[in-house]
Unconditional design. Structure first.
Length: 105
């Protein structure tokens, strides 16, 4: 399945629009990751633990969106948008949503 942020796919005309599909995931960061990320913020550098959690959340949201598109018989998802938000008490959880338009080519 082709998944793209663009509204069209070069040399592959859309023959049918099947509707909007979404995928959502919420992942909590644990206290140890928070602690070590805080130290990393003080001394500088990248927070590998948060980057890993962020990638996992993005991948899970994209997978769910793709599964929803496949259930509609889609061959591609165009105009994909990813949104990231912190939720929960003290922003302790990360929510990632993926949305796009399921299409047949």
């Amino acid at each position: 399945m082709i998944i793209t942020t663009t509204p069209t796919i070069e040399n592959k005309p859309v023959t049918q629009y099947l509707g909007i599909v979404t995928g959502e995931t919420i992942i909590g960061a644990n206290i140890f990751k928070d602690f070590f990320a805080g130290i990393r913020d003080i001394v500088g550098g990248r927070s590998g633990s948060y980057e890993k959690v962020l990638r996992q959340a993005k991948d899970a949201a994209l997978k769910e969106m793709q599964e929803n598109a496949l259930s509609l018989g889609a061959e591609a998802i165009v105009a994909v948008d990813l949104d990231y938000e912190t939720v929960g008490p003290n922003g302790g959880m990360l929510m990632v949503t993926a949305s796009g338009t399921a299409v047949k080519l």
